[in-house]
Design a protein around this ligand. Structure first.
Ligand SMILES: [Fe+2]
Length: 312
């Protein structure tokens, strides 16, 4: 009696007829027999579930309720003694939309911060539909504190929207488009200057800073920190900006992935001292159309200006 072959014993792949072995090809595209397809299904499902979870977490991290309010002191050598302790609330890149409304959250945070003035550095909206909410926010801010605002690139992506920007002044806020205004606090004055969006090269620093009284402290509002590339910007004592969103999506040890700024990813957020002036870049309150944030919470900051004593 002939011993069965290994193939016959396993019952797969080949049929045995007497001494003759007839090859029988493996069925092709057989899902039931291939271990690859269940694995593909499993990995696809895990990938989709992971992406959905990330999206959910990113959306939650970008929600108005996640807005952080920082309080920072900043030492400024040129600050007049009478302005020591001035409280400036800085918010940027609200990107108001008909969806989530950050107005109540911003107002509650601002009330708690007790500012002397409010600076809004552009990108109030992302499109037409956000205008009513942006106006409402400005109206409420301006009803409580002197409020200064400059436009950002998202505020005038269309000609029709650009024409809306000067009308923001109807809310009571001071709209600064390449101009400045004196802000008086007790016995001291500060020149608050604002430029149109530097990202689109609409800024005119000469017009904004030239009328400033000689020797006055100059606070400059500019949507994009790229304003620091202009030599005239160094005539300012303090520059508040936004635009980068801090990258909006950051990775540990890597930082911001994208900033849409010609300054590069290193200058994505924070405070930078440069040639006698101070540049502050806010991560902003809102988001671009990709409405998520990772390791980059929405923020507004109360800056308390402190007079730095000159070095002996
Ligand atoms: Fe923005």
């Amino acid at each position: 009696m002939q011993a069965p072959t290994a193939a016959c014993a396993s019952g797969r792949g080949k049929a045995v007829t007497g001494n003759k072995v007839n090859p029988r090809p493996e069925p092709r595209n057989s899902r039931a027999r291939s271990p690859t397809w269940p694995m593909i299904y499993f990995l696809s499902g895990a990938l989709i579930a992971g992406a959905a979870l990330l999206w959910h977490l990113g959306r939650r991290a970008a929600a108005p309720s996640a807005i952080l309010t920082w309080q920072r002191q900043i030492q400024l050598p040129g600050l007049p003694l009478a302005l020591d302790g001035l409280r400036v609330l800085h918010l940027s890149d609200v990107h108001a939309t008909p969806r989530a409304d950050p107005t109540d959250t911003i107002m509650a945070r601002a009330e708690a911060a007790r500012p002397d003035l409010v600076a809004v550095t552009g990108d109030l909206v992302s499109g037409w539909r956000g205008l009513p909410r942006a106006r409402r926010l400005l109206r409420r801010l301006a009803s409580r504190w002197p409020t200064y605002v400059v436009p950002g690139n998202a505020d005038h992506w269309a000609d029709s929207m650009r024409r809306e920007v000067p009308r923001w002044g109807e809310t009571g806020a001071v709209v600064l488009i390449n101009q400045g205004q004196l802000f008086a606090s007790d016995s001291a004055e500060i020149w608050v200057a604002g430029v149109d969006d530097p990202y689109r090269f609409r800024d005119d620093l000469g017009s904004a800073l030239a009328p400033a009284p000689a020797g006055s402290f100059k606070l400059l509002l500019a949507h994009s920190p790229e304003i620091i590339r202009r030599p005239e910007a160094l005539r300012s004592d303090l520059i508040l900006s936004g635009h980068t969103h801090g990258g909006q999506v950051r990775l540990p040890l890597v930082g911001a992935l994208v900033t849409r700024s010609r300054l590069g990813r290193r200058l994505s957020r924070g405070l930078f001292r440069m040639n006698g002036t101070v540049l502050i870049i806010s991560s902003g309150v809102g988001t671009t159309r990709l409405g998520v944030r990772f390791w980059c919470p929405p923020e507004m900051t109360l800056w308390i200006l402190r007079r730095a004593e000159p070095a002996a």
